[in-house]
Ligand binder design. Sequence first.
Ligand SMILES: [Zn+2]
Ligand SMILES: [Zn+2]
Length: 438
Amino acid sequence: MTIRTPLAPCLECGLVSAIPAISGEQNACCPRCGHTLFRQVIDSHQKVLAIGTTCLVLLAISLVFPFMTISVQGLSHHIVLLNALSVFHYFDNNALAVLLVLTVILLPACYVLALMMLFALAAKKKEGDYPGDSWWVKQLLRFVFRIELWLLVDIFLVGVLVSIVKIAAMTDVVMGESFWAFMLFTLMLVKISRATDRHWLYHRLFRPMPTGKVKAGDTHLSQNHTACRLCHCINIPDDNGDMPDACQRCHSALQPYNPEKSLTISAALAITALVLYAPANLYAMMYTISFGSTESSTIMDGVILLWQLGSYPIALVILTASVIVPLTKMLILFHLLMTAKTTHHPDDSLAKLKLYRFIELIGRWSMIDVFVVALLAALVQFNNLMSISPGPAVAYFALVVIFTLIATMIYDPRALWTQEAISPATTTKPATQDLPNG
Ligand SMILES: [Zn+2]
Ligand SMILES: [Zn+2]
């Protein structure tokens, strides 16, 4: 296997490592913080094209057939996937309807298509030809890797399971063909992102980028390069010593290392999320009308009801995803924001980096309750007999999740690493570990 990128910057601790030739399906990890610098996948382009085609077929099937059917006292009502996702439109909240359709259908479909196009281009490129020179290929690449975080398909699926448990006690629910197709689509979407070998793609699409005087062991504090946060390319100053404004490889805006700026913006967003967290918990998440009387319920009411119905695991899932996760996430973020500059020992930096990775991992899952309300409002519509409509808390709640996600994205974890040099032994250590591809 040939060496693809002789140098790779770590976006979590800033260390630049030399990447040795690796064979088979292996991960190259940062020797200082353990972050995966890249994952090598054998036959990545065949896998992406095959899984991508399956994904698109499954998505098409899940849009056409009934998604769920529910029956109450002889009345039955079925919904298709798009009904459930666009239901907020009928309750005059178009922004939420757009958000749901985007994150569950449109963006995932565009993501798969764009990824397949990039891999098809990379696979058929000829010697000396660099498809990445065209601006639209760069656009496509930036689009693909920017939206990855916003594909909420897996969270929607868990939302479906939670809503079934919520209404199973009062009604009969039958899953349609679409549901099963959608479940497979979710699995395939996870698989396609695991099959993506980004470095193979970059190597095939783009010209090799000069790395100038940058060497293994340099960090974000060495001031001789700026790492692109999107494609991880090392950008060096031009002949006049000026750092380019945009990445030389993917053309996304380069953000020179500026902890003050990233921490301030991240703090502002986290405070906004904390303020919105109050109405999200105090206002009604949904209204249930049964036999003419209306009952409103907040997130906590929902948890208590599930507990009383005996659905303990689901009550715990909602309590964790909707109450504990957003709050924990904001508290950890505030802790990281306030203590970033006082972190001097590498062990301390690593401990805080692990906290950062934790909140990055759990953040998206708070969207479960928004999906649950959407599904229930779409499903349970039997006029005065029983119907469910969304409350004002849903929009606040979605905003809390969006603001905390962006705050985490903008927080630069390299601010935790204030140490310029590390021991010489570590800098020359190969950045590979024989990890299984997972
Ligand atoms: Zn690192
Ligand atoms: Zn780039």
